[in-house]
Design a protein around this ligand. Structure first.
Ligand code: HEM
Length: 302
């Protein structure tokens, strides 16, 4: 399926008119309970869409499902999605897909809540996939250079502009130190610090992420604050304070670097992010009679 297959803003207008309100009300009523959640949801949406499309395959529970793959171990938001789905099944059984819930909750919790307004309209009408395999989980690597990132996004029909704008999601959340220490202590195997990393930032990172950090040690993705969705990722990036090699790589390409410069302006970034997150949300969407509407998000219908 391509982007044009997903073109309804109000897919549930007749079948479940309160769907979007239910998602928003449950989501916003739980905001204070988990400040780490917005980042988890944003990453969940990305990891769903990049593996077999935005079909909620990431939510399926089984011993070989996508959830079991390494990069998905630190995802979250599943309990909130279960609560939303349970309420929707009470209100309008069998109507609202788990894939649409992910898209809606991402908008409502990850980005919009802090602005106290819905920042964009979410296309709805996705259906749920029935296949979820850890072996399908191939995501861009934090060690990737620009060409690898560009290729990965292009394989989903996404542009360099989408790559740069969506990388701005790294304005939120935390990363395991294991992704960072190679840039701090063993760069190119010669014991040095990555020259693409700002020296003062590298020194401060070394305090949070020492040479042999505890397995659970994490660091803020964005030195400008990891709880707010804002343009500070790009401000930091331009100062060579992007956390991963894959962040720093955006400055290695002239077109991407120019976009990243422009995205230091909050309005410019938000407008671009909204466009790109909607494009990402259409990747591989199942529509029409494809897939199913799951009764619960963790299992295919029996
Ligand atoms: C461009 C290629 C990308 C790479 C290589 C990448 C890689 C990573 C890695 C390795 C982490 C740390 C995970 C952990 O330690 O648990 C992370 C965190 C995160 N990523 Fe990405 N990512 C990319 C793009 C994206 C996109 C497109 C989004 C969303 C639109 C996104 C959203 C996030 C968020 C919000 C976090 C923080 C998660 C948390 O706090 O739990 N990333 N990313």
């Amino acid at each position: 399926m391509n982007e044009t297959d997903l073109h309804h803003f109000q897919h549930y207008q007749n079948s479940c008119p309160s769907a979007e309100a239910i998602v928003k009300n449950i989501t916003w009523s739980q905001v204070s309970s988990n400040p780490a959640l917005p980042a988890k949801l944003l990453r969940l949406f990305f990891h769903d869409c990049f593996v077999k499309g935005c079909d909620a395959s990431i939510l399926l529970d089984n011993p070989q499902s996508e959830k079991q793959a390494g990069p998905n171990q630190s995802l979250g938001g599943f309990v909130l999605i279960d609560a939303i789905k349970a309420q929707l099944e009470k209100q309008c059984p069998g109507k609202v897909s788990c894939a649409d819930i992910i898209a809606l909750v991402t908008r409502d919790r990850a980005v919009s809540f802090q602005f106290k307004a819905s920042l964009w309209q979410v296309e709805t009408g996705r259906r749920d996939g029935t296949v979820s395999l850890a072996s399908n989980v191939i995501l861009p690597s934090p060690l990737s250079g620009f060409d690898g990132l560009k290729q990965s996004f292009a394989s989903k029909g996404l542009s360099v502009s989408d790559l740069v704008a969506l990388s701005g999601a790294h304005t939120m959340g935390r990363a395991n130190c294991a992704f960072v220490t190679p840039r701090l202590f063993t760069f190119n195997g010669n014991g040095g610090v990555d020259p693409l990393l700002d020296a003062a930032y590298a020194n401060s990172l070394k305090k949070t992420c020492p040479r042999a950090p505890p397995a659970a040690a994490t660091v803020e993705m964005d030195p400008g604050g990891s709880l707010k969705f804002d343009a500070s990722y790009f401000v930091a990036l331009k100062k060579n304070q992007g956390l991963f090699l894959s962040d720093a790589a955006l400055l290695q390409d002239p077109v991407a670097a120019k976009l990243a410069s422009g995205f230091q302006d909050q309005k410019t970034f938000l407008a671009a992010f909204v466009q790109s997150v909607r494009r990402m949300g259409a990747v591989g969407a199942l529509t029409g009679n494809a897939g199913q509407i799951r009764k619960q998000c963790r299992a295919v219908n029996s």
